[in-house]
Design a protein around this ligand. Sequence first.
Ligand code: UDP
Ligand code: MG
Length: 310
Amino acid sequence: MTKKLSIIVPCYCEEESIPLFYDAVEKVAPQLPNIELEYWFIDDGSSDNTLGELRKLQQKDPEHVHYASFSRNFGKEAGLYCGLQQATGDYVAVMDVDLQDPPELLPKMLGYLESGEYDCVGTRRVDRKGEPPIRSFFAHMFYKLINKISDTEIVDGARDYRLMTRQMVDAILSMSEYNRFSKGIFSWVGFKTKYLEYQNKERVAGKTSWNFWSLLKYSIDGIVSFSQTPLNIASYVGLLSSVASVIGIIFVIARKLLYGGSAFGWASMVCIFLFIGGIQLLCLGIVGKYIGKIFMEVKNRPVYILKEKK
Ligand code: UDP
Ligand code: MG
């Protein structure tokens, strides 16, 4: 019996990569027995000719290729969500269009799912060759940190490239949250996941749309979405400084009663005020970050807006 495999491909300004990606996957297709492919390309409001390339590809292979185009750039997470909603396959794969996610792994990934032992096959890079060392360093730090403070485990180096069963996709779709951090969501829904490892590949064309600040924002969003530890830390720091101040007050009163004399100098006072003021602002900022997320969730805005679909 033929089964359908949907491939979801978020694309942002990738006019050069799209035909290369399609050809690379089609080359692997004969190695997928009894599988009919369905492509869902999501054009994330690209400013180049990505949509034109997708229309062209859709005309070339109208039976298998579908695309959806957003009214503006909503981010990769929105693209993934849209793709998962559109996909109709028994199996669903998520892949980047820049061929950093090697299609040659698909037959092996499918094998694990068809054996019935796993519900999901993920991939992780064992190295970060071709990436600036500073980016790798921060990435490792991020995984260490989020795994310490969150109950949801996120595998270091795990890519979004994965193959899932329909059951797992439906579970993910039942999470309608606005702030979507897929790495966390994939892990939160559970299911048995096998990780395949591979060497990092450089993108075939175009350039990455991430920079230091967007990655930092992505990391903070991930932490806020999957951990409440920062809020707890704020309370602990508050508790600790109150205890310290009570000890200080007792000390000052005792000194006055025993030895008389005047209070401490102003320099130490200013330092203490500044320190406490700083911590208060920091804690307020942490609380604010969570309130901001709640604000976005309660507004209940759509994750993306479609302009064209085929
Ligand atoms: N992408 C997207 N919307 C964005 C940014 C990126 O759909 O706002 C897509 C992009 O076209 C690619 C994938 O997400 O298919 C991964 O992006 P990129 O290669 O820039 O990230 P990296 O591989 O450097 O982590
Ligand atoms: Mg890439």
